[in-house]
Design a protein around this ligand. Structure first.
Ligand code: TRP
Length: 325
């Protein structure tokens, strides 16, 4: 049983790229692994400061995970800030992290290049992420390609720490799923809140239809043969259709004779039906937020016991345990 850990920022409504890249694989891992899945609300603060929205997004993201099948009895499922030990460890790790390591972060440099005025939290984001991972001695970290460097930074910090004090931390491995690495949005760019091109998981039917209908394609006529490999519509279609259907659609693309409008109609139906079984549970949980909060608090309690154990070891080797003399 491998210990697998990953988190997601509650920074907006979760969309189908979040689902296929992170939520679905995580929910599958819970059966054969020790799964740690959490909502990183401290990380979300590095890019947006809006209390009402953070509160709302956190609970909504929890509802989505539970509705889609995350089982809080099987997995560790919690909200990052409910385990305050993570911020204590972040400080200790900060003092073991060279500035240069953080200055080389692509994600940070990209954000600055896009004109974002960084706060100190954005700069030390990878240290908080390292604390997330090391606190639970996680072995495998499934992340998108854009997060790979953050896991490498975590490894660097852990290796350095262990070299100083002995093997306190487990050195984690990133696991990148290439297959779902880039899921296109309605405009053909990578699906992302930043680009405003998302299709939400629990989109209502009318707006789902509208969004699918506006997915950008080239302007080939019905008769013309089309290239499935470069078509965003096809890339989305293959996430929802079974293999047989995908192959049939690929043939129709290559031969010509199918219009994008028809593909869109089919895709709309596939997306709607795919998430339909989860809607009922989602509605029930939405009406009982008290229950959702209880689940999260129980999850935090279970997780916290492990966090305290690791933090205790860290305090001991670093000499913060002055009271043990
Ligand atoms: N930085 C990750 C992201 O934005 C989220 C995250 C925070 C995370 N802590 C983590 C992912 C620990 C994996 C492990 O996608």
């Amino acid at each position: 049983m491998a210990r697998i850990l990953s988190g997601i920022q509650p920074s907006g409504t979760l969309h189908i790229a979040n689902y296929f890249a992170m939520m679905k694989p995580m929910i599958e891992y819970q059966h054969k692994n020790e799964l740690f899945c959490f909502l990183v609300n401290y990380h979300a603060m590095t890019s947006s400061l809006d209390g009402d929205r953070l509160r709302e997004n956190t609970i909504e993201a929890a509802i989505d995970f539970l509705a889609l099948g995350l089982d809080p009895d099987k997995a560790y499922f919690w909200v990052q800030s409910d385990v305050p030990e993570v911020t204590e460890l972040t400080w200790v790790l900060s003092c073991h992290t060279s500035l240069g390591l953080l200055e080389r972060s692509h994600s940070y440099k990209d954000k600055v290049a896009r004109g974002i005025v960084p706060n100190a939290g954005l700069f030390t984001y990878p240290v908080l992420m390292a604390a997330d991972i090391l606190l639970y001695k996680a072995e495998i970290i499934p992340v998108g390609r854009d997060q790979k460097q953050h896991v490498e930074i975590t490894r660097d910090i852990a290796i350095r720490f262990n070299a100083l004090y002995g093997n306190v931390f487990v050195i984690p491995e990133p696991r990148i799923s290439e297959e779902v690495a880039v899921i296109p949005g309605t405009d053909g760019q990578k699906m992302s809140k930043t680009y405003g091109n998302t299709i939400d998981i629990f989109e209502d039917e009318a707006s789902l239809k509208k969004k699918v209908m506006k997915i950008v394609t080239d302007s080939k006529t019905v008769e013309e043969p089309k290239d499935p490999e470069t078509c965003s519509l096809f890339a989305l279609y293959r996430l929802f259709a079974d293999t047989e259907r995908v192959e049939r659609m690929r043939d129709r693309y290559l031969k010509g004779g199918i219009g994008y409008g028809e593909v869109k109609k089919e895709l709309f139906g596939l997306i709607r039906d795919y998430f339909q079984p989860f809607r009922e549970r989602r509605d029930r949980l939405s009406r009982d937020r008290g229950e959702v909060i209880r689940i999260l608090k129980r999850g935090a309690e279970k997780t916290r016991a492990l966090a305290q154990e690791t933090l205790g070891q860290v305090k001991k080797v670093t000499g913060l345990d002055y009271d043990s003399i």
